[in-house]
Write a new protein. Structure first.
Length: 347
């Protein structure tokens, strides 16, 4: 059995990671926690059966005295660099929440520390573990819709950002020096890596508008065009400032047909020779974050045991960060920005 310690016990851990660890408790045991808010330690500690003496206010004290196979990092974005580097230097394998960090320069420093230490590093691209997303990718790989040329991903929320834990800073996501950006770097991050998953080709350049419609510190609306190797294009539009919200759109169009996510996350298929959409994949039961975090934990644990890098490891984290940073740079300079140029600065 592998042992894990959690650094950061805020909302995403309480409603997500805890479920994943609960589903994998016969093969992964959480032995310690760290968070500056005592209430967060109590909530997560009670849920996972971590004794009080293994709950730490300062993660550095925890690293000094607790022996574990890996750490699960779930922190406000601005803390990712410091804590990831500290864990790598302490020789702990790392499974980190997205994004890797908030700048290209920080990404380069993290990459150097992780590679120098030789630890296994994984990034939480957990939406790849949703069964309907996996079904779309499998359908495309099977040739069902021919060669994909367009991914359309739109998600507009009402009611601003997803708040953090009350005891720390619920609004850190809308503070530039803490979130590093807004809608694009936070929920939009998932849309970016899913677009690459569906297209099957990496993004090579980005044109974007990322704006604050409500005169805030960070973007609450981001409109991006991602150009993939091989000629495909993804339209990724994300925002949390749309009054009343808007129905989510996930579509993949190919030379021989199309796929889309319909009601209840049913995957629908449109054949090029037919006139109607038909069900292709119907998820069993209600979709839950248990599926995604348990899946990521199992894959990461297998990588640690096997002494290999996980499917979504350091390279994936650096690449996706480069796409996000290219979008913000495109907004700044008003033209397309190369993803590879930013990746080279981090490798």
């Amino acid at each position: 059995m592998l042992t894990a310690a959690i650094i950061g016990c805020g909302r995403v851990v309480q409603v997500g990671h805890v479920l994943g660890f609960g589903a994998t408790q016969d093969r992964i045991k959480v032995v310690a926690l760290s968070d500056p808010v005592v209430e967060n330690l109590e909530i997560v500690g009670a849920a996972l059966g971590v004794p009080e003496e293994k709950r730490f206010i300062d993660y550095r004290n925890m690293l000094d005295v607790v022996d574990c196979d890996f750490v699960d990092l779930a922190l406000p974005h601005f803390l990712h660099e410091e804590v990831t580097i500290a864990c790598a230097r302490a020789g702990r394998h790392i499974l980190a929440e997205k994004p890797l960090c908030t700048s290209v320069a920080a990404g380069a420093r993290i990459a150097a520390a992780v590679r120098d230490s030789g630890v296994v590093f994984g990034i939480q691209h957990n939406y790849t573990c949703f069964p309907h997303h996996a079904a779309i990718r499998q359908a495309i790989k099977s040739g069902l819709i021919g060669n994909p040329y367009l991914v359309r991903y739109e998600s507009f929320f009402s009611g601003r950002h997803w708040p953090g834990a009350a005891g720390y800073d619920p609004d850190w996501r809308v503070k530039l020096n803490r979130g590093g950006g807004g809608a694009l770097i936070d929920p939009g991050y998932h849309s970016v890596y899913l677009s690459e998953l569906f297209m099957g080709q990496p993004v090579e350049r980005v044109v974007a508008r990322a704006i604050a419609t409500e005169a805030g510190e960070v973007d609450d609306l981001a409109l991006t065009i991602l150009s993939h190797e091989g000629g495909g294009v993804s339209s990724v539009q994300i925002g949390w400032s749309v009054h009343g919200g808007s129905p989510a759109v996930v579509e993949v169009h190919g030379s021989a047909g199309s796929l889309r996510i319909g009601d209840q996350n049913v995957i629908e298929h449109h054949d090029a020779d037919k006139e109607e959409w038909t069900p292709y994949f119907v998820p069993e039961g209600r979709l839950s974050f248990v599926d995604t975090y348990a899946g990521m934990l199992d894959e990461f644990a297998a990588a640690v045991v096997g002494g290999r890098q996980p499917t979504y490891g350091l390279d994936a984290a650096l690449h996706t960060l480069a796409i996000i940073m290219a979008a913000y740079e495109s907004e700044r300079v008003g033209e397309a920005v190369s993803v590879r140029s930013l990746e080279r600065q981090m490798n």
